[in-house]
Design a protein around this ligand. Sequence first.
Ligand SMILES: [Zn+2]
Ligand SMILES: [Zn+2]
Length: 362
Amino acid sequence: MKKLFLSLALCGIVQMGFGQVVDKSIDIPDLDKYQTLKCDFHMHTVFSDGLVWPTVRVDEAYSEGLDAIAITEHIEYRPHKKDIQADHNRSYEIMKDYAKNKDVIVIKGSEITRPMAPGHHNAIFLTDSNPLDTKDYKDAFQAAKSQEAFIFWNHPGWDSQQPEETKWWKEHTELYNNGCMQGIEVANGEHYYPEALQWCLDKKLTMIGTSDIHQPIQTNIDFNKGEHRTMTLVFAKERTPEGIREALDNRRTAVFFKDMIIGEEQWLRELFGKSVTIEKINKNEKRVQFVVRNNSDLPFYLKKGEHDANLIYFRTYTIEPKSKHTITVKLGDAGITSGKVNFEVTNMVVKPGKGLDCQFSF
Ligand SMILES: [Zn+2]
Ligand SMILES: [Zn+2]
């Protein structure tokens, strides 16, 4: 008995060691015409102020089921440079070769790291990071632009640089007008910036969400609790660097931040429709039942919308990930045979403070 217990215990240890019990990959459905790619376009390694070797970033991304990452070392801030002596392209080169065996797309980027204004910006899809090492920030942006980089403003509400409010400066107008800003981080790590969401909507900029990870990822993210890094969902025609770039240029993204999806209404509406499908509608004169399935790993929080007073249904309702639900709507005495059950999906954010309006019809 003792021996049996010991061998079981050993099995347990082996499983804990090699079993990879925690599934870190998050299932998010594709859209009709586009694949949904999980991407993180902002991260660091020891080649700037991060604390891991570049290959670790690829392993992390692979184990989380990410499709693509961009490496974005600071150009101007390299606290390990006494130990790590290399040019600005080196960490990308190390990652690129290693990523081939892991099926993770690695994109070359750099973080132009300046005081406010204009603050920090990532230039991704660079061909050579070294020309961005300039005295005047405007020359760095021009160097990135001349390489046809995709440039986005990082953590615009970072309190070290914007202590009072998340403000758009005249320097940003200049960058924007000069074709040196195509997107903004609507969320970075633990922070969401509603102001940036509004700017993206008003100025037709691409919404980006990133981890900006410096530590090993598990230091910040507790995968055992189902947490995930902040990321960008890219709705791409193909799973290639070119496919990602085309989607970014055409603003087909959403930001996955905690249990929120933030983005333009058209993409969020389609994503909700692909995630939550109605399997069956049971109807009699007293009530309607919607049998719905959530095919995704995302939860959806519903809140009752404007509705016919004869439809009596939930005030709030949570559709848990990967689950089946029967949602009952009682019918009043007016003899209703058809109608619309309106609700807001409060964690699919289409404007600051506003969720996606949806309906089930019967
Ligand atoms: Zn930064
Ligand atoms: Zn950064």
